[in-house]
Design a protein around this ligand. Sequence first.
Ligand SMILES: [Zn+2]
Length: 65
Amino acid sequence: MERVQVACDNCGTELVPNAAYCEKCGARTRRARRLVRLAIRVELVFFLLIVAMVAAFVWIYAAQK
Ligand SMILES: [Zn+2]
């Protein structure tokens, strides 16, 4: 596991445990950035799932004619 980040990467201010942002400069912590990347990936998977479903319905509809 990655060591818990204790100081801001941007300004070096000490961070509150589990903080998402630096209180001084507002920079995102490494943990928050990782969570954002994870959220984007989950959204992408859902988007591709919906695209695949729409494509499948279109294909089924076209095949029934
Ligand atoms: Zn900072």
